[in-house]
Design a protein around this ligand. Structure first.
Ligand code: BGC
Length: 334
C-alpha cells in the first residue's frame, strides 16, 4: 500500500472515531447520581431529599434524559459513607451528591472523587474551605447560616417592638430564654446560636439566658432537656430559641407534658412537622429554607456536572462553588 493511501485510511479512521464520540456524547441518554445522606432519619434532610426525587422525575420529563438516583443512608457513620462513595464510583456514577457525616473530614471522599474524576455536590453540611479549594469540580449547596440566625432574631425583635408584653410575658423588663443547639461540629449550630442572640441584643430586646444545651438537632433530646429546665426553673422561661424545628418540637412536647400553654418557641427549617406546628400555633415562628429551590439546585447542579453543561443562570454560584438557597421568616398569625 502506498504511503498516500495509508495516510488517507488513517485520516478516515480519525474522522470516523471522532464522529462516533460526538454522536455518543449527544446521545447521553441517562445520568447516574449517587446520593449519600448523613442520616436518612433527619427530618430536614428527608424533606430536601424528597424534593430532589421529584425534581429528578421532572428533569427526566423535560429533558428526555433518564435520571438514575442511587440514594444511600450513611446512618451517622463516616466509614459507611466512604464505602458508599467507593461503590458509587465503581458503579460509574456521573456525579456524587454528598451530605457529609463529618464535614471536617471530607478529604477521603474528595481524594476518591478526584482520582476517579467524578464531580461532587456537597450539601447541608459544609466541608471546610481548605477541602473545598482542592478541586474546581467540588460544589456546595446550603443556606447562609448567619442570614438564618439574623432572620430568627428579627422575628422576636419585631414582635417585641410591636407588642413587648407578648415577649416579656411576666412584665419584669427582662426576657428569660433558653436555647437548644444542634451538633457542636455543625457550621449551622455555631453560627445560628451566636447570631440569633446577637440580633436580639442589637434589636434592643432585654434578654437573660436561663439555660442552653446541645440536643444534636433531635426532637427527643430537646424534649428531655426542656423537661429538665422546666423543673429546674419553674415559671421562669419566657422564650425558647431553637437551632432547628425538630428541637423546637421537642421543647413543645415537654411543655405540653408539663401542661404549659402559650410559650414562645421559635425554630428554623420550615420542615413539614414544623409548618404544621406553626399552622396550629404551637410554634411561634420559623425561618424556612425554600425547599423547592434547594432540591432543584441540587438536581440541576448534579445534572450539569454529569452532562458537563453550564449551570442554569437562576443558580448563581459564589466563587464558582457555593450556592445559597433563599429563605424566609414564617410567623404564626392569630
Ligand atoms: C438543619 C437541621 C438538620 C441539620 C442536619 C441543619 O441545617 O437545620 O434540621 O438536622 O442541618 O445536618
Amino acid at each position: 500500500m502506498s504511503g498516500k493511501k495509508l495516510f488517507f485510511i488513517l485520516f478516515l479512521c480519525v474522522i470516523l472515531t471522532s464522529c462516533q464520540n460526538t454522536h455518543k456524547e449527544e446521545q447521553k441518554a441517562s445520568i447516574r447520581i449517587g446520593i449519600s445522606l448523613y442520616r436518612g432519619d433527619d427530618t430536614f434532610i428527608n424533606n430536601i431529599c424528597s424534593v430532589v426525587e421529584e425534581k429528578a422525575k421532572e428533569y427526566e420529563r423535560e429533558n428526555g434524559i433518564k435520571v438514575i438516583l442511587d440514594i444511600q443512608d450513611a446512618k451517622g457513620n463516616q466509614n459507611t459513607q466512604n464505602n458508599q462513595v467507593e461503590r458509587f464510583i465503581s458503579l460509574d456514577c456521573d456525579v456524587l451528591c454528598i451530605n457529609p457525616v463529618d464535614r471536617m473530614d471530607a478529604s477521603v471522599i474528595i481524594d476518591r472523587a478526584m482520582t476517579a474524576e467524578v464531580p461532587v455536590v456537597f450539601f447541608n453540611r459544609q466541608p471546610v474551605e481548605e477541602d473545598m479549594n482542592r478541586w474546581d469540580r467540588l460544589y456546595y449547596i446550603g443556606v447562609d447560616a448567619k442570614e438564618t440566625a439574623v432572620f430568627q432574631g428579627k422575628m422576636i425583635v419585631d414582635l417585641y417592638q410591636k407588642r413587648p408584653e407578648a415577649v416579656d410575658r411576666n412584665g419584669d423588663g427582662v426576657v428569660s430564654y433558653v436555647i437548644l443547639e444542634g451538633e457542636t461540629s455543625h457550621q449551622d449550630s455555631l453560627i445560628r446560636t451566636e447570631w440569633s442572640i446577637q440580633t436580639l441584643k442589637n434589636g434592643g430586646v432585654p434578654i437573660e439566658k436561663i439555660a442552653g444545651g446541645i440536643a444534636n438537632w433531635e426532637r427527643s433530646q430537646a424534649s428531655a432537656l426542656m423537661e429538665q429546665w422546666i423543673h429546674a426553673y419553674p415559671d421562669t422561661i419566657e422564650l425558647v430559641v431553637s437551632n432547628n424545628d425538630d428541637m423546637a418540637l421537642g421543647a413543645i412536647d415537654a411543655l405540653e407534658r408539663a401542661g404549659i400553654d402559650g410559650m414562645n418557641v421559635v425554630g428554623i427549617d420550615g420542615t413539614t412537622p414544623g409548618l404544621e406546628a406553626l399552622e396550629n400555633g404551637k410554634l411561634l415562628g420559623t425561618v424556612s429554607a425554600n425547599k423547592e429551590i434547594y432540591g432543584s439546585a441540587i438536581m440541576e447542579l448534579a445534572a450539569s456536572c454529569a452532562l458537563e453543561k453550564e449551570l442554569p443562570e437562576e443558580y448563581p454560584l459564589e466563587n464558582g462553588t457555593y450556592y445559597w438557597t433563599p429563605q424566609e421568616i414564617l410567623i404564626h398569625e392569630d
